[in-house]
Design a protein around this ligand. Structure first.
Ligand code: HEC
Length: 122
């Protein structure tokens, strides 16, 4: 705990706001007062397989979507609505923005590439 106080001045200098906002978003993505977003949308929002199961149609996979290119508005909307699979969260717009910004920093290269090659889905 004491070490934290020693490091505190360091955190305050320079990019204090950016770092705390980023870390806040990272924390919320992993632990958004409910099931972690990463469980279904992957480590950095790239999407992942939630579960595979067999039914009369054969092998089915349930996937969490790739949310890397979602807009902030659609993210706020998704988090605040009821879905079949995704739970509804009680996060403020500020908190969703922190998650959104965190994902954008994490996927900077990917998003740049999408813009360059103009293969954006939306
Ligand atoms: C239990 C799995 C699960 C969890 C946990 C989850 N999601 Fe989702 N999410 C989904 C699925 C599946 C969809 C597609 C819509 C649906 O529910 O059928 C979705 C849709 C979305 C969408 C809508 C747009 C799109 O491209 O599909 C956004 C944005 C999103 N989720 C963000 C989040 C964020 C942020 C969190 C954490 C706060 C989160 N999700 C947690 C499974 C999940």
């Amino acid at each position: 705990m004491r070490l934290l106080w020693l490091l505190f001045p360091l955190l305050l200098s320079g990019q204090e706001d950016f770092i705390s906002h980023y870390e806040y978003g990272e924390m919320l993505y992993a632990n958004p007062r409910g099931v972690s977003c990463s469980q279904c949308h992957g480590k950095v929002g790239e999407g992942t397989t939630i579960v595979e199961y067999r039914d009369i149609h054969g092998l089915e996979t349930l996937k969490g979507s790739d949310i890397r290119q979602d807009t902030l508005a659609s993210m706020i909307h998704a988090v605040n609505s009821y879905h079949k699979v995704m739970p509804r969260y009680y996060l403020t717009d500020e908190e969703v923005k922190a998650i959104y910004d965190y994902l954008h920093v994490k996927n900077e290269k990917y998003l740049e590439h999408c813009r360059d090659s103009n293969t954006s889905k939306k």
